[in-house]
Design a protein around this ligand. Structure first.
Ligand SMILES: [Zn+2]
Length: 86
C-alpha cells in the first residue's frame, strides 16, 4: 500500500502517463481510498490544462480583477463571522 508521500512523489509521472502499469494500479488503488490525493490529482490536472491553454488564451485582466475582488470579499466574510465579544 502506498502512502500519501509515495503518491505525491509519483503524481507527476502518473498524470503524464509515464508510469509502468503496476505503479499506476497502486496509485489508483490509493486514490480510491484517499480523498486528499484524489483532489491533488484533480488540481494537478487543472493546472496542467490551464498551462497548456495559456499561450492560446491569456487570462483576461477582468477575470483577474474578479478573482482579486472575490478573495477580498472572502477575507471580510472571515472577519465578519469571527465570533467576537457579544
Ligand atoms: Zn493519499
Amino acid at each position: 500500500m502506498l502512502s500519501c508521500d509515495d503518491v505525491s512523489r509519483l503524481l507527476f509521472d502518473y498524470i503524464s502517463e509515464d508510469l509502468p502499469t503496476e505503479d499506476r494500479d497502486l496509485i489508483e488503488a490509493h486514490l480510491l481510498k484517499c480523498l486528499a490525493c484524489r483532489s491533488l490529482v484533480d488540481s494537478y490536472r487543472a493546472v496542467i490544462r490551464l498551462a497548456s491553454e495559456l499561450p492560446a488564451k491569456p487570462v483576461p485582466p477582468s477575470l483577474l480583477d474578479n478573482l482579486r475582488r472575490a478573495a477580498k470579499e472572502h477575507d471580510s466574510d472571515v472577519h465578519r463571522s469571527d465570533p467576537g465579544p457579544a
